[in-house]
Write a protein that binds this ligand. Structure first.
Ligand SMILES: [Zn+2]
Length: 298
């Protein structure tokens, strides 16, 4: 009786199979779907708000990146001395990466604004790059590096602010141009406008290479919070704490101008022109964040 696989039997078997699958599908559809696993929001990164606060003499954007949701601003500035202190720019970018990956370190009452590259023309002269660059882009020629300190108008931007401003100022034992008047340079004016808008509770300017943390003042002495900031940053980072800058007379510095409008401001000088000393500066900045997180509660 080899008729098991007759055409008729196969057809019947197919009908049964199709019917069976249909029934199973119907049962399945009517079953209550199991609840999906609860969605746990994992906030691992925090994108900053980017603002273009001005343009350099050569037309490069001067950018400010803001992190956090609090009411009070804390400001960090790298690269006011351009390519001569290019490591301060890399440190600022590194700090931005850190905040993006670790948004929880930002206290609830704070916004952190970072201007990573305050003198982008000076950076371009030394690195040939706009925006972020690698160490391999940096020129090793000393005259190129030193020229990179100034903006396109050959002005030392950290002598162009309205604190005891004079047309000529000094850098070590050299005479440098401080611009045609306070804030004559668009880069300095961009920082001024941002500071006046944000009125930060504190500010940090990264430079190199004096290996120390300095207070700021203009004509009315060092603000108490500035002394506290120097003490906190120096203590956490291990840099030497310097309560006043006496090495040579400086006019028109940004830090002094911020002090003159009651913004406590410190200068952090890295140890060399080539290193960012990340662990030290991370410890210093985190200590400042926790200080301002606790001190200013609104
Ligand atoms: Zn400097």
């Amino acid at each position: 009786m080899g008729a098991l696989f007759t055409k008729r039997n196969i057809t019947i078997a197919l009908i049964i199979a199709v019917f069976g699958i249909g029934v199973l599908a119907f049962i399945n559809l009517n079953k209550k779907a199991p609840a999906p696993p609860p969605v746990v929001p994992v906030e691992t990164t925090s994108k900053p708000q980017l603002t273009t606060i001005g343009k350099s003499v050569e037309g490069r954007n001067i950018e400010a990146y803001t992190y956090g949701e609090g009411e009070n601003y804390l400001l960090f500035v790298g690269g006011i001395h351009g390519g001569y202190e290019w490591n301060s720019v890399l440190l600022a970018y590194k700090f931005m990466d850190y905040l993006e990956a670790n948004p929880d370190v930002i206290p609830k009452n704070l916004k952190i604004t970072i201007i990573p590259s305050a003198n982008p023309d000076g950076i371009y002269r030394v690195t040939g790059k706009d925006g972020r660059f690698a160490m391999s882009n940096v020129s090793t020629s000393q005259p190129v590096l030193e020229a990179g300190r100034f903006n396109k108008n050959k002005v030392d931007l950290n002598r162009n602010f309205a604190c005891k401003w004079q047309p000529k100022s000094t850098w070590r034992n050299e005479i440098v141009s401080a611009g045609t008047k306070a804030f004559s340079e668009p880069e300095a004016a961009a920082i001024r406008d941002l500071v006046l808008k944000q009125k930060p509770v504190g500010a940090v300017f990264w430079h190199s290479q004096a290996n120390a943390v300095y207070t700021s003042e203009c004509e009315t002495g060092v603000l108490p919070t500035t002394l506290k900031m120097v003490n906190i940053y120096a203590g956490a980072s291990g840099y030497q704490e310097v309560k006043s800058f006496n090495a040579y007379e400086i006019t028109g510095d940004a830090e002094g101008w911020l002090a003159s409008i009651n913004v406590p401001t410190i200068t952090v000088e890295l140890k060399t022109h080539e290193t960012i000393e990340w662990e030290k500066n991370l410890a210093g900045t985190k200590a400042l964040l926790s200080y301002f997180g606790q001190e200013i509660k609104k």
